[in-house]
Design a protein around this ligand. Structure first.
Ligand code: PMP
Length: 414
């Protein structure tokens, strides 16, 4: 059944806003997505009609809130094909999910002299937690190289480093700069064969493609609600239940305990063992509604829509004088999401983004929290980036292309 993406766009109130007097074109969904009215209404409905703390109340609105929050976890579990809500831990965002693994699993399992393997295309949130852990434990942090054209992982290097036996491989599913989709199933298989645990950073994949954690086989999978239509402040750590069972708590406090005595405590069941204190209830409920919304469109339809937009954009940018595009190109759309980093010769990416802004087009410029990658891409050590989602149309890309023409005119680039 064909999806009416024009109708979908109408579900997002913010897209009626004018920016610098022009209809807003939002091309920064890799940073955070916009929210459909269904999610906004669900949050408002919670506060208007059944706001109460969860898990403890014996009165009607608390039970309703508890049920909505738990339902959300069940929806998220199905969304990524996990084994049930005990494998779904709610945290603030992907960053906190990765830190949870570093501080709990890492503290328990990483010893002096061990090796932790990541790649050169990671976001800072999949670099810094491992730097902290490696320093604390006297472990080594190693990086899988990229191919010379900086478009994808160097699989030879990956193979060699995985075969040399790291304790943990933590790698992104999709690069937030290059848009490259990594073959995480194959990589997980290779890592497991060599005895490493595997964490996949799914911040840029879960919003845009069907994810099946059982099929991937990873031990952990981290992502953020705010990049997939949900409110900010809610994120997910998936962990295999047997791995989560073996790990010590991350934070201590209410809700994560079964019993507390003066000098000791026992831990609650999964997933609550890892959720100390009052949860982000509105965020959890909003995430459940966001998952319903994405499912109603169908993740494969979303991937196809974004791929069409990406192909359209790349076909027009390719060969445009003065413009360089990073990441896999038109011929490699099967390993590319709707994230397009680019540079315009002689123009600082911040000036590019400012001129886009004047045209009412929101894009991002800078190091994109991926400094080890981005400093090597362009002399400015920064790039501009446009990124697409379900509410974008080809007309939005035409507006971006028009902004590029304006920049070329101002800076006299032929
Ligand atoms: N990993 C990747 C690949 C990302 O793109 C991002 C967000 N830009 C993160 C992790 C961190 O997400 P958050 O800031 O929501 O924790």
């Amino acid at each position: 059944m064909a999806v009416d993406f024009e109708r979908i766009k109408r579900d997002f109130p913010i897209l009626n806003v004018k920016s610098h007097g022009k209809p807003l074109v939002y091309l920064d969904s890799a940073a955070t997505s916009q929210k459909p009215r269904q999610v906004i209404d669900a949050v408002s409905d919670f506060y208007s009609n059944y706001n109460a703390n969860i898990n403890r109340g014996v009165y009607e609105i608390s039970e309703k809130a508890t049920e909505a929050y738990s339902n959300s976890k069940n929806k998220v579990s199905s969304f990524i094909n996990a084994g049930g809500m005990e494998e779904i831990i709610y945290v603030r965002n992907a960053t906190e999910a990765i830190n949870l693994v570093a501080m709990s699993w890492g503290d328990q399992n990483i010893k002096k002299g061990d090796r932790i393997l990541i790649s050169e295309m990671e976001h800072h949130s999949n670099i810094v937690p491992w730097q902290l852990l490696a320093k604390k434990k006297g472990a080594a942090l190693e990086y899988i190289k990229l191919t010379e054209d900086n478009t994808r992982l160097d699989m030879e290097d990956l193979k060699a480093k995985v075969e040399s036996g790291p304790k943990l491989l933590s790698i992104t599913h999709v690069s937030n700069v290059l848009g490259t989709i990594n073959d995480v199933k194959r990589i997980t298989e290779m890592a497991h064969k060599n005895g490493a645990a595997v964490l996949i950073d799914g911040a840029q994949s879960a919003p845009h493609m069907a994810v099946d954690v059982k099929d991937i086989g990873c031990d952990f999978f981290a992502f953020s609600g705010h990049k997939m239509l949900a409110p900010t402040g809610i994120g997910v750590l998936y962990g295999k239940s047997e791995v989560l069972e073996s790990m010590p708590p991350f934070l201590g406090g209410g809700d994560m305990i079964k019993t507390v005595e003066k000098q000791s405590a026992t831990w609650n069941d999964l997933p609550w063992k890892f959720e100390a204190g009052t949860s982000n209830i509105e965020g959890g409920i909003g995430l459940g509604v966001a998952v319903d919304y994405l499912n109603s469109i169908g993740m494969d339809n979303i991937t196809a829509h974004e791929s069409e937009l990406t192909e359209y954009a790349l076909s027009r940018l390719d060969g445009m004088s003065g413009v360089s595009v990073f990441g896999p190109g038109q011929k490699d759309l099967d390993i590319k999401t709707g994230v397009i980093a680019f540079a315009i010769k002689g123009v600082h990416p911040h000036d590019v983004a400012s001129i886009f802004d004047n045209e009412g087009v929101a894009i991002r410029a800078g190091h994109h929290c991926a400094m080890p990658l981005v400093v090597g891409l362009a002399p400015e050590k920064a790039v501009a980036r446009m990124s697409f989602y379900i509410y974008n149309r080809k007309e939005d890309i035409d507006r971006a292309l028009k902004a590029i023409e304006t920049i070329k005119r101002i800076f006299k680039i032929n």
